[in-house]
Design a protein around this ligand. Structure first.
Ligand SMILES: *[C@@H]1O[C@H](CO)[C@@H](O)[C@H](O)[C@H]1NC(C)=O
Ligand SMILES: *[C@@H]1O[C@H](CO)[C@@H](O)[C@H](O)[C@H]1NC(C)=O
Ligand SMILES: *[C@@H]1O[C@H](CO)[C@@H](O)[C@H](O)[C@H]1NC(C)=O
Ligand SMILES: *[C@@H]1O[C@H](CO)[C@@H](O)[C@H](O)[C@H]1NC(C)=O
Ligand SMILES: *[C@@H]1O[C@H](CO)[C@@H](O)[C@H](O)[C@H]1NC(C)=O
Ligand SMILES: *[C@@H]1O[C@H](CO)[C@@H](O)[C@H](O)[C@H]1NC(C)=O
Length: 400
């Protein structure tokens, strides 16, 4: 590799005192154009042999010669982080002052006595002792050799030394990408790649948590099914499963997962069943109807209407006898006359004509009848007994 090739002209002179950096040029392969016959031992490597007293010398060049320029190079043998380059030309004392100032052009030869390239042998360190590691957040393992600054930052990092994470809500290269996801507990996304490290908020999926649950699903990792009982078949809230506009008739609860409790029905379960379904069955939760029919005495789809006066029983299909005392209506359930019958009628329903025509009611009537009869029989018995006794007295007294 010739990446470290250094070509110089003899007019440049840099003198910087360096400390503990590595000497990258010592004893490296060096060449020049062209080691002259005037000094065959003044070879190119004399400039990098560490001895200031041995110098190079090329052939003469300048306006008086066919050669108008010259070169010298050292091959550092690798790619290094360079801190500085020190070039020392031969010091001629009081001689050649014009040449030493860099002005002579007619007849010149170069004599380099020391070329020292300092820096660090390792690329991933910095500091005057080449002992401080570059930040891990430099994108390449390379940094400013004097202060460790990265040349740019790895994705997710920012600042001169790439020690700061991207600002909240940003990620990636140069921290310019915006987090899109819905991370759990509203954490920021991963500052390097934008993912949600601890999972998604309920209702979201995908590594970036940017995909909402499919319709009909909700909750953590979209694992739950909506109840399907939202009003107007609306889809449920992807986070909570709740129905935004309430429940279909017959359902209640935030996620509309509960049927109306027995005895209630309708929108929000706010209606009470009539309570008159056959066999005390609950009414349907949606409409309140009694699917098996009504208890005796009630009609209507909801069994909410009593039989109209004068009728009773299952489906109100029976007529009252019409003979309840005081023209009272009969019981809508059984047809009985709870206050008794009109004169002339007996039976629970007052539907039987009485043979008796007094004005007592049935119960009084019969007890008086029995009492009267018993009294009559008693009187007859007494009369017969008295008659018999009198007949015995009429006979002459016969002593035995
Ligand atoms: C390294 O940092 C120094 C000090 O800030 C600066 O002068 C120099 O230009 C930097 N080197 C490079 C290669 O950026
Ligand atoms: C994003 O980075 C995190 C943390 O380094 C890692 O666990 C995750 O697998 C990365 N995600 C992707 C999609 O590369
Ligand atoms: C959700 O519904 C699907 C399809 O009907 C079913 O296979 C799955 O078991 C249900 N998941 C839950 C958690 O009830
Ligand atoms: C879902 O419910 C959450 C929590 O109550 C709420 O913040 C969000 O706005 C709801 N989503 C929609 C689409 O209404
Ligand atoms: C339903 O019945 C309950 C308890 O018996 C009562 O508090 C409520 O007011 C009734 N609702 C209606 C709409 O009649
Ligand atoms: C009940 O009375 C109505 C009219 O008075 C009559 O049309 C109907 O047939 C009666 N029903 C029965 C079961 O006797």
């Amino acid at each position: 590799m010739h990446i470290g090739t250094l070509s110089i002209t003899w007019t440049s002179l840099i003198l910087i005192v360096t400390s503990g950096y590595d000497d990258l040029s010592a004893n490296k392969n060096a060449q020049q154009y062209r080691t002259g016959i005037s000094c065959p031992v003044c070879v190119a490597t004399n400039a990098v042999d560490g001895d200031i007293k041995t110098c190079t010398r090329g052939e003469s060049f300048g306006t008086l010669y066919p050669e108008k320029s010259t070169w010298w190079y050292v091959d550092l043998g690798g790619r290094y982080n360079v801190y500085n380059i020190r070039i020392q030309f031969k010091d001629y004392g009081e001689m050649y002052t014009v040449r030493q100032r860099g002005y002579e052009t007619n007849s010149v030869f170069t004599e380099l006595c020391g070329v020292t390239v300092t820096g660090c042998v390792r690329l991933d360190v910095y500091g005057s002792n080449c002992d401080k590691p570059c930040s891990n957040n430099c994108p390449e393992p390379r940094c400013n050799i004097s202060n460790g600054a990265c040349y740019n930052c790895a994705p997710g990092w920012m600042g001169d030394f790439c020690k700061s994470k991207c600002l909240f809500g940003y990620y990636g290269s140069k921290c310019v990408q915006k987090c899109v996801g819905h991370c759990k507990e509203n954490e920021p996304c991963n500052h390097i790649n934008g993912t949600c490290d601890n999972g998604c908020l309920d209702g979201w999926i995908g590594v970036n948590c940017d995909k909402p649950c499919l319709p009909g699903k909700y909750g953590s990792r979209c694992l739950y099914n909506c109840t399907g009982n939202c009003l107007n078949d609306e889809t449920c809230n992807i986070t909570t499963g709740e129905c935004h506009s309430g429940c279909k008739t017959g359902y209640k609860g935030g996620i509309c997962d509960k049927e109306c409790s027995p005895g209630t029905y309708g929108q929000g379960c706010l209606n009470n069943c009539s309570g008159h379904c056959l066999n005390d069955a609950a009414c349907t939760i949606t409409t309140g109807s009694c699917d098996l029919g009504c208890q005796a005495g009630y009609i209507g789809k909801l069994c909410e209407k009593e039989c109209s006066p004068g009728t009773y029983g299952q489906g109100c299909s029976n007529n009252c006898s019409g003979h309840c005392l005081n023209d009272a209506a009969c019981s809508i359930t059984t047809g009985s006359c709870d206050q008794g019958c009109q004169a002339g009628y007996i039976g629970r329903l007052c539907d039987k004509a009485s043979t008796h025509t007094d004005t007592f009611n049935e119960n009084c009537n019969s007890s008086f009848y029995i009492a009267g009869l018993s009294f009559l029989i008693l009187i007859i018995i007494v009369l017969v007994s008295v008659l018999f006794f009198l007949i015995r007295l009429d006979k002459p007294f016969c002593p035995i």
